[in-house]
Design a binder for this molecule. Structure first.
Ligand SMILES: [Zn+2]
Ligand SMILES: [Zn+2]
Length: 344
């Protein structure tokens, strides 16, 4: 089969090559890939900026498909089942974190597309307990976006404690920010989302997705608005989804005393900011990294109940042999999510 692989360490070294199709081991199934989404992690691996990548490895961790083969001791699944797949290919199952269900914290966690062969290929071998049935009305395109949706569900529903009627700020209307917005709306929060000049189109989409206030910070001052909306108290929670220092400053300034800041975006470098407000305001700063099995169940429920719109995030679909164009568009920030599909 054709597979898009990182062949060795160093910038570049990503190519479409022929490899043998995977065989299922005990407890595994083979998924015939329908779509796999391109994510920032894939770009980081391309440029050798993701230390967890272990080439040679097939890229792609946001995917869905149809079960095509069952390994020994697989129960509850059959050939032809439509599935989406948790992006953690494996974890140790015995450490403190695995035993408490926080598998995203396992030191031995291996992700598809970095530690294990991923889904920019025709077939992928996956553990049976990483599979989730795609509800009938959910398309394969939407199924491929369950992984970023689960990231947003983890940030909003598991790493923060917002309730209906609370006010939140989301900084950065990229794919994850737009999903965090939608999950926060599904929970019943009032959402302010902020972006910059280059986010014009994304903020329009945010409005269609239910944002109560969309702010282009080069045109409008964010903080008088937050002051007005919260009677001077500040937002209950802020989700930093941009990885930009100014956005984190906005979160620190905009959050109420005792409020929560959930860091979802990555900066990729050391940042400088006035941290004293964390003390003065008794802010709770929390990181949010990927998801676990409990998160995925919530994500699939939101999707099944049509509480979130994933289809509007898809900006294009490309066959695997046009990966370079899809990567280029994604990296330039043109559109939101691009999907790749197999060619053999
Ligand atoms: Zn991803
Ligand atoms: Zn573990």
């Amino acid at each position: 089969m054709k597979a898009l692989r990182k062949l060795r360490r160093g910038p570049g070294h990503v190519d479409l090559v022929n490899i043998d199709s995977p065989r299922p081991r005990e407890g595994e199934v083979i998924v015939e890939v329908q779509y796999a989404g391109i994510c920032g992690t894939d770009i980081h691996i391309l440029h050798d900026l993701y230390p967890k990548a272990r080439p040679p490895v097939t890229l792609g961790h946001e995917f869905c498909g149809v079960i095509s083969e069952l390994g020994p001791n697989v129960q509850g699944w059959k050939v032809g089942d439509r599935v989406t797949v948790e992006s953690a290919a494996d974890f140790c199952r015995v450490c403190e974190f695995c035993r408490s269900g926080q598998t995203q914290r396992c030191e031995k966690r291996q992700g598809f597309g970095s530690g294990r062969d991923g889904a920019f290929a025709s077939f992928a071998a996956t553990r049976q307990d990483g599979l989730y049935r795609l509800p009938d009305p959910v398309s394969f395109q939407e199924g491929a976006l369950c992984e970023p949706l689960a990231c947003a569900v983890h940030a909003v529903m598991e790493r923060s404690s917002i309730e209906p009627g609370k006010t939140v700020l989301v900084t950065g209307p990229g794919p994850i920010g737009l999903l965090v917005l939608q999950v926060a709306k599904a929970v019943g929060a009032m959402v302010v989302i902020s972006g910059t000049q280059r986010d014009e189109e994304r903020l329009k989409l945010a409005e269609r997705m239910g944002a109560d206030h969309c702010v282009r910070i080069d045109q409008q001052d964010l903080h008088p608005l937050i002051h007005e909306l919260t009677s001077g108290m500040g937002v209950d929670a802020a989700y930093e989804c941009s990885g930009a220092m100014g956005a984190l400053s906005d979160c620190l300034q905009g959050v109420r005393k005792g409020g929560e800041i959930v860091q979802v975006g990555l900066f990729g470098h050391t940042i400088e900011l006035n941290y004293d407000d964390v003390t003065f305001k008794e802010v709770q700063i929390k990181g949010s990294f990927t998801h676990n099995r409990g998160t995925w169940k919530k994500a699939i429920e939101l999707l099944r109940d049509r509480k979130v719109d994933l289809a509007s995030l898809v900006s294009g679909e490309f066959p695997l042999d046009q990966w370079e164009e899809a990567f280029r568009l994604f990296e330039k920030g043109i559109g939101l999510k691009y999907l790749l599909y197999p060619i053999d």
